[in-house]
Ligand binder design. Structure first.
Ligand code: GLN
Length: 188
């Protein structure tokens, strides 16, 4: 299986490293042609407005939406989650519309730049996941079809709707492979 990482801006190489550690081939996605070669896609954290603009310039936005609708598994972390959402509060431009969530950007406050917490993730073993949040968004509202996988302080920070997985935090910045293994598993 080949796994693409959208490589326009943001934390690309950390995801590639995690993919490799999970035993799969990671490929940088910069063009529509690159996207055709992969079976799954990760949209990394970074600056969602910048990634959205570049994706549009390269025509990748339309292709990602198309593949996502066809059922290709896509995992968005942080800025990636913002891009995949149906609605982003205060921003009409960013929207791939692939998961029925309303997202609030920088939702933990601008002062709280980054922090780490022990998170309980549904379906994962009892051992908490060390989640790293960086100017993170959270899910303000999730539709009926969306399964909530983790919450922090009553706010949804990880969710899934069919083939689309999103997290507010950065699993690629830890040593814990569980989130990537979950997304890359055969029966995901
Ligand atoms: N705050 C960023 C945004 O709105 C997301 C931060 C991140 O991806 N670490 O795009």
């Amino acid at each position: 299986m080949k796994v693409g990482v959208l490589s326009l801006q943001g934390a690309v190489k950390e995801h590639l490293e995690m993919i490799k550690r999970c035993g799969f081939e990671g490929i940088k996605i910069k063009t529509v042609g690159d996207l055709e070669k992969v079976d799954r896609l990760i949209i990394p954290g970074g600056e969602s407005t910048a990634i959205a603009k570049l994706a549009k310039i390269y025509g990748l936005d339309r292709e990602i939406i198309k593949r996502g609708k066809e059922g290709m598994p896509i995992f968005g972390t942080c800025a990636g989650m913002i891009l995949l959402a149906n609605k982003v509060i205060g921003n009409e431009q960013i929207r791939f519309n692939l998961i029925d969530i309303v997202v609030e950007r920088n939702a933990f406050g601008r002062q709280v730049d980054s922090f780490e917490v022990d998170l309980k993730i549904e379906d994962f073993s009892e051992k908490p996941f060390k989640a790293v949040f960086i100017r993170a968004p959270y899910i303000k509202k999730a539709g009926r079809e969306v399964r909530v996988l983790a919450e922090f302080k009553g706010k949804i920070v990880m969710a899934r709707q069919k083939n689309i997985l999103v997290s507010s935090f950065h699993p690629e910045l830890t040593d814990d492979l569980r989130v990537h293994k979950y997304f890359l598993s055969e029966n995901y």
